[in-house]
Design a protein around this ligand. Structure first.
Ligand code: UD1
Length: 356
């Protein structure tokens, strides 16, 4: 039990935060700590939201703020106004936020201004691209946090180099590994036993909101699928669907759209595919853990560790780069790379460091 003076708040709001906070929430529950989960409902479609609470068997959040979508300023401001009420009503002493979403930023800002302890899980990631809303969010969160938990050594060094004011805790590993190892046992399946399939995910605004870039990416994936006789499967994110419809773009025949997948289904598909092509940081980590070669469809990455160990290649967003990177990742024979994201005990370490 926490000392009577400690009450933990966990602010989350999007699919990746639910997945990456699961082990931490379970650890708090199993230790019988006093905590409340504040769900902003930034993600509200069942397939991006409640599906994961059900599948990961998480208790329903005590607070669901029903914020939904909006421009960055509008969405973040509405979150802050509601989170502030909860911080006061529950007398929260520590606010845990994970990663770099608008929900995390709102939770951290409110707690900081209310003079509560801000705890940042997955601290120290950088893409060095300030056009990314997440890069802005994570920089601010890191610099107002009291407890920072870097998942890897390079992330810890970023925090040291930037001289953040808070306490930089020892490297914990990433909580994504906790969830991958808990929910998937298909680790490092030999490449010659996999389906002739590419798992594709695309949702980043810089990739999908500009039709010329989106067309180039789809055409690159199409060429890879044709050249290597693979079928590409794309669980379609609502943002990407909206942009395809808005610009009258059609998916090439080689790319099959499927509904958004559950966490287990997504892990399973990554584990059994020859290749993963993605612009998601979380999937880049998961593919690395599962032993699936990954092509990162971005110009920058905040997960350089996956590239350094040989699990992924940064392709950029033009056709030529995508085709070249996919060719190199498809020529790999072994998927026995070093694991940079830890041993699956990150959630436990974080709770122990915070509460003893
Ligand atoms: C957010 C996070 C991003 C994370 C991603 C995971 C920020 C700045 N970005 O991006 O870091 O990788 O979640 O998906 O917080 N929409 C729906 N249904 C939903 C939610 C969203 O249809 O349940 C649509 C809406 O049109 C919305 C758009 O998707 O405007 C974008 O949603 P939003 O939560 O703003 O950002 P994401 O792109 O999902």
């Amino acid at each position: 039990m926490t000392q009577s003076s400690s009450k933990i708040g966990v602010t989350l709001g999007t699919r990746p935060e639910i997945i990456k906070c699961a082990s931490l929430i379970n650890e708090l529950s199993s230790r019988d700590e006093e905590y409340v989960v504040i769900h902003t409902n930034q993600h509200y479609d069942w397939a991006l939201d409640m599906q994961f609470f059900e599948e990961l068997e998480l208790p329903l959040p005590e607070y669901n703020l029903g914020i939904g979508s909006g421009s960055h300023g509008d969405q973040t401001a509405r979150m802050m106004a509601e989170i502030e009420k909860v911080v006061v009503a529950e007398d929260i002493t520590h606010m845990v936020v994970q990663g770099d979403t608008n929900s995390g930023l709102a939770g951290a800002l409110v707690a900081s201004k209310a003079l509560r302890r801000v705890v940042h899980v997955e601290a120290g990631l950088r893409s060095n691209d300030l056009r990314m809303p997440e890069e802005v969010n994570r920089r601010i969160i890191d610099h107002i946090s009291h407890d920072l938990f870097p998942p890897t050594e390079p992330a810890r060094e970023v925090l040291e180099d930037e001289s953040v004011a808070g306490l930089i805790h020892p490297v914990t590993g990433n909580t994504s590994v906790d969830s991958v190892l808990e929910y998937c046992d298909k680790i490092r399946i030999p490449l010659n036993e996999r389906e002739n399939q590419i798992l594709v995910t695309l949702h980043r605004p810089e990739n999908v909101d500009e039709p010329r870039i989106l067309e180039g990416i789809l055409s690159g994936i199409d060429q890879v699928a044709r050249s290597y006789d693979l079928r590409a499967v794309l669980p379609l994110h609502p943002r990407t669907r909206a942009q395809l419809e808005k610009h009258g773009l059609k998916l090439p025949m080689t790319i099959s759209e499927v509904p958004l997948l559950s966490f287990r289904e997504l892990l399973d598909m990554q584990a059994t595919s020859r290749l993963v092509m993605t612009d998601s940081g979380g999937i880049q980590e998961e593919a690395c853990v599962l032993g699936s070669p990954c092509v990162v469809i971005r110009t920058h990455t905040d997960r350089p560790e996956t590239i350094e160990v040989g699990a992924a290649e940064l392709a950029g967003v033009d056709e030529e780069g995508i085709v070249g990177a996919a060719g190199r990742m498809l020529s790999l024979e072994s998927v026995e790379w070093e694991q940079p994201y830890g041993d699956g005990q990150a959630g436990k370490r974080i709770v122990e460091a915070l509460l003893g």
